[in-house]
Design a protein around this ligand. Sequence first.
Ligand code: NAP
Length: 251
Amino acid sequence: MTTQKVAIVTGAARGIGSAVAQRLAQDGMSVAVLDLNEDACRHTVDAITAAGGHAVAVGADVSDEDQVIAAVDRILERLGAPTVLVNNAGIIRDNLLFKMTVDDWDTVLGVHLRGAFLMSKFCQRHMVEAGWGRIVNLSSTSALGNRGQANYSAAKAGMQGFTKTLALELGRFGITANAIAPGFIATDMTRATAERIGVSFDDFIDAAAQETAVKLAGQPEDIANAVSFFAGEAARYVSGQVLYVAGGPVD
Ligand code: NAP
């Protein structure tokens, strides 16, 4: 009998993270569904359990070192050594540069970059010990620049450099690191953007679809499919890559 691999998905209470957690459970992994609020993870855990999978809810703020250490220890105790990590937790605090507060800058960089750093730092030991690991980081097409998102685009470009460095440092231990850069995906995050700019979410989705080559709006499952590949055995020779999942080429 092979032991189930243990995956941690951050920001998995909803949106892309929830779809990724469900997909990795379908792929046969035990999944730690990690988010700020443990109760909010219930929906994702229940969906996994109902489909015959195995998952636990873990509350932690990925930007807080003590909480990350405690969360990884708890996951180790409850599920076993985590060897798959998906750094997905994210927030937006959009504003034009002249109106962006220092707090908006620090908070966004804190969740995306400091969060991915802390989670990776405290999980890598378990991957090194296992001689196998997979790290998948969520970047964004905003890494290429996006008006009103100086903080977010800096964080998402940073995720790409971070990913390539992890690939170089950890490859010799059987660990790969890759990034996925989604374009528009219909989630609460993009719903909030539609509200902020005063358009209905349906109109926002239609407009986003028209801007893609495939004339479709992305769904969380589109990202989960890409994560599933990077997290699996088949991706052992793919590392340090950035995959744009955006319905067409990006520049
Ligand atoms: P979402 O629906 O807003 O979900 C993000 C989740 O992350 C929420 O459950 C949130 O919890 C959690 N979270 C926020 N701060 C956290 C922290 N400090 N510690 C732990 N969890 C935290 O977002 P999404 O659209 O699914 O996005 C997921 C990832 O994909 C993000 O990294 C995002 O930047 C990236 N992405 C999204 C799109 C898109 O179009 N949706 C495009 C490109 C990239 P709370 O609900 O409690 O805040």
